[in-house]
Design a protein around this ligand. Structure first.
Ligand SMILES: [Zn+2]
Length: 74
């Protein structure tokens, strides 16, 4: 069984990239006045190894759309 080959004759290698969230850490949210914000690193799992491609942060309270309705002012 022979697979497709590049013009150079080298066989194609399947490139499988997977992103995965790193272990999140709790951070202080100045809006909620609580440690409700999760922050972590975005990891790229590639055949050559694992590399960090960015970071993310997300607040469980003030970035929840369902929590925006009916919020009192003040
Ligand atoms: Zn918040």
């Amino acid at each position: 069984m022979t697979g497709p080959r590049q013009p150079s004759g080298a066989p194609y290698t399947a490139l499988r990239l997977t992103t995965a969230p790193g272990t999140p850490t709790e951070e202080w949210c100045a809006v909620c006045k609580a440690y409700s914000r999760l922050a972590g690193a975005l990891l790229l799992l590639a055949p050559g190894g694992v590399s960090t491609i960015g970071t993310y942060s997300w607040c469980d309270i003030c970035e929840d759309p369902a929590d925006q309705r009916g919020r009192d002012h003040g």
